[in-house]
Design a protein around this ligand. Structure first.
Ligand SMILES: Cc1cc2nc3c(=O)[nH]c(=O)nc-3n(C[C@H](O)[C@H](O)[C@H](O)COP(=O)(O)OP(=O)(O)OC[C@H]3O[C@@H](n4cnc5c(N)ncnc54)[C@H](O)[C@@H]3O)c2cc1C
Length: 445
């Protein structure tokens, strides 16, 4: 490929696509960044996508590499722990780290996307093409077809990278050509967003925390926004008596929230309107293989491995993908036919590991966090982290505050739990032994 003349096609100007354009431009490639939506910087916001997201170390590490971390963090709101809201009683704070000072960051998805888009289009050789929805791709030739407001448009690229999200059209095209297999596991839960506006000009809830209302089989969370509002997200079943559709009238909505989320009601004056008009989003896990075809078409981010949002890692993982792909290009001397398979080899196990951890974290967030036993477990874990610095590190810490590969996180946590199990069994054996001696002595007397 001639980097000065040929233009790589990146499909999707979302988080991964824009960051990828930055990295490719830095390598000297020309890039056409195709996006189905209009330019988001013109202010037209799509309803129904999450408004804010939690950015943690993996995403920050990727942004740092293109010098964008400080700009993005300028508006970020650090959340140092979870604030658990019971149905009755005072909220309780649970710190994310043993030191209490580590935080994940609530940031505006739109602002992050715009910052990345600005950074990409400021690089020589990158052009963003909006209102272009990919509808056709020949994986052998790199011929692309887009639907635009002016009708169908075609293009050709030596390399095509699909960063077009969970419902990826690039993945769909590879599937249609019999070049990959996929599985889509939808959760029986959807999500809907509500807003808590500022109260008297200030945050209506503590802005230093990610708020959770765990309700057993469902939950609500809330993250702070720079304008001092909070965006709440309900994660409720899609079917049955507890589903979104079961609340059919304003009175039913008000009754339900007064019963299950009583402390929210006075803070959310537009509750009924938000509930009735905001869409219900779907949640699921996407798995597919391979992630590339002919060494010419590749997938990354949600297009390759969308996950459920309960570990706050989907975007972090998508941004981390870009760093890894860049590394693979380094190692393969920019031979795409070697770099794309290597990228899959390095990332697929990690994507699977975080997909599983994200599913498991749903149960933790909606149910376990409220239990005294869970809270005791977290305190013990933090005590162990302080007593064995660097030797015992919690899963949350490894996932959110490090760049340890996700699969290694899963292995390490398993090893730590096994070791703790051995210690606990040893301690129990010692106790039983000691008790036996005491009892034996008692019997001899
Ligand atoms: C409710 C919710 C909360 C979340 N919270 C977090 C969080 O706290 N932390 C976190 O890290 N992650 C979170 N995520 C996950 C995160 O949003 C995704 O993992 C992340 O956006 C993936 O980035 P991406 O660039 O791969 O895809 P996307 O951000 O989806 O971008 C894909 C882009 O491709 C474009 N596109 C799609 N189809 C086409 C086409 N045919 N032609 C051209 N363009 C196309 C889209 O318009 C879009 O701009 C959350 C997700 C949800 C649903």
């Amino acid at each position: 490929m001639n980097r000065e003349h040929d233009e790589i096609a990146v499909v999707g100007a979302g988080l991964a696509g824009c960051l990828l354009a930055c990295f490719l431009a830095r390598r000297g490639y020309r890039v056409a960044l195709y996006e189905r939506r209009p330019d988001p910087r013109t202010g037209r916001v799509e309803r129904g996508r999450s408004i804010n997201l939690a950015l943690s170390e993996r995403g920050l590490d990727a942004l740092r590499r293109i010098g964008l971390d400080e700009q993005v963090m300028a508006d970020a709101l650090p959340m140092r722990g979870r604030m658990i809201h019971p149905v009755a009683g005072e909220p309780q704070f649970q710190s994310y780290s043993s030191s209490g000072d580590r935080a994940i960051n609530s940031i505006s998805r739109g602002a992050l996307n715009n910052a990345l888009l600005d950074a990409a289009t400021a690089r020589p050789g990158v052009r963003a093409v909006f209102d272009h929805r990919l509808v056709g791709l020949d994986p052998a030739t790199g011929d692309l077809t887009f639907e635009t407001p002016e009708g169908k448009v075609t293009a050709n690229a030596p390399v095509v990278l699909g960063a077009d999200g969970a419902g990826s059209a690039v993945r769909g095209q590879l599937l249609a050509h019999g070049l990959l297999t996929e599985s889509l596991d939808f959760l029986d839960y959807g999500y809907k967003e509500l807003t808590v506006p500022p109260a008297g000009g200030d945050f209506a809830l503590d802005p230093d925390a990610l708020h959770i209302w765990p309700r057993g089989t469902s939950m609500m969370i809330a993250l702070p926004n720079p304008d001092r509002s909070f965006t709440c997200t309900l994660f409720w079943p899609t079917h049955g008596t507890a589903a979104f559709a079961s609340l059919g009238s304003p009175a039913a909505i008000e009754r339900h929230f007064a019963e299950h989320y009583p402390d929210l009601v006075p803070l959310a004056p537009n509750l009924v309107d938000d509930y009735q008009h905001n869409p219900v989003g779907v949640l699921g896990t996407v798995r597919c293989t391979p992630w590339q075809a002919n060494g010419k078409v590749g997938l990354l981010g949600d297009a390759a491995h969308a996950i459920v949002p309960f570990y706050g890692q989907g975007a972090n993982c998508a941004l981390e993908d870009v760093v890894e792909l860049d590394r693979c290009l380094d190692e393969c001397g920019d031979d795409w036919s070697a770099a794309l398979p290597l990228f899959q080899q390095r990332r697929q196990g990690n994507a699977e590991a975080i997909a599983r951890m994200a599913l498991a974290n749903f149960v933790e967030m909606r149910d376990k966090v409220a239990s005294p036993l869970f809270q005791l477990g977290r305190r013990v874990e933090h005590a162990l982290e302080r007593a064995l610095p660097g030797r015992y590190v919690s899963r949350y810490e490894l996932v959110s505050f490090s760049t340890t590969p996700y699969a290694e996180v899963a292995r390490r946590v398993r090893r730590q739990h096994q070791a703790l199990g051995v210690v606990a069994a040893g301690a129990a054996a010692l106790l039983v032994g000691a008790a036996g001696m005491v009892l034996g002595r008692g019997r001899r007397r």
